[in-house]
Design a protein around this ligand. Structure first.
Ligand code: GLN
Length: 241
């Protein structure tokens, strides 16, 4: 089996260890004998064909980086929405998550357009940032149900989609509704850096399996020894839960 990962704008969107998510996906797939191809997609001429991607990752970035990515990715937005609707697997973190929504209002009140691929909005909390460890109880069919991470964002997101989870500790999408992230088909948007996947191997496997299921007739992945990862996950819950 082969898994094609497209890493969107790795040079512009890469805060707080986000690249570790791609490394984690690669390692966990390769440990099962799956061949992994990683393609970087950025604001240059050498763009891989989005149609070849099975799993897409977009990390977080500053407001400025988000605008650079916005300008470049605008011409691909319809294609990307089409891929999301075709059940392609996407993980977008923080700045990437905000950017794929309809609008982002920055801390000076400037209304910056989002790519409008999904219908949610983000608005800066006027310079007051949300920073710290976060624990959520996920809506996804994963075991354990908890997802742990680290958040650092000025923007607050307001969405009507199903969330990725309910916040047990920390903030998530905004200061009010105790919801974290967005799930739409196989698209997941989240504020969890950390990077999120090495701390949550069950979520990494969820994404790998969904991506492979789109191409191959499989129901499960071979188990890996996750005892150390799960210990780290549980320690986070003990410390910050
Ligand atoms: N620019 C965004 C914010 O501060 C995203 C930051 C991030 O990706 N951590 O809200």
């Amino acid at each position: 089996m082969e898994l094609n990962i497209i890493h969107l704008y790795p040079d512009l969107l890469n805060l707080y260890g986000d690249t570790g998510n791609v490394k984690c996906l690669k390692k966990r797939a390769e440990d099962r004998g799956i061949k992994v191809n990683i393609y970087n997609f950025s604001d240059d001429e050498n763009k891989p064909d989005l149609d070849n991607g099975d799993l897409f990752f977009m990390g977080g970035g500053s407001d400025r980086s988000q605008q650079l990515v916005y300008k470049d990715f605008l011409k691909y937005k319809n294609k990307f929405r089409e891929l999301i609707d075709k059940q392609k697997v996407v993980l977008a973190v923080c700045g990437g998550y905000q950017l794929l929504g309809a609008e982002y209002i920055d801390k000076d009140g400037n209304e910056l357009p989002g790519l409008n691929i999904l219908d949610y909005d983000s608005k800066s909390g006027k310079g007051k940032r949300i920073i710290g460890n976060i624990i959520i109880e996920s809506t996804l069919d994963i075991t354990p149900k908890t997802i742990v991470g680290f958040e650092n964002h000025g923007g607050r997101t307001y969405s009507k989609y199903e969330p990725l989870g309910d916040v047990l500790s920390g903030y998530g999408n905004n200061d009010n509704d105790k919801k974290e992230g967005v799930v739409y088909k196989n698209f997941i948007g989240t504020y969890l850096h950390g990077p999120i996947l090495p701390k949550n191997p069950h979520l990494a496997d969820y994404l790998i399996l969904k991506a492979l299921k789109n191409k191959y007739d499989i129901d499960s992945l071979d188990p890996l020894d996750d005892s150390i990862e799960i210990k780290a996950h549980q320690k986070t819950i003990k410390l910050y839960g």
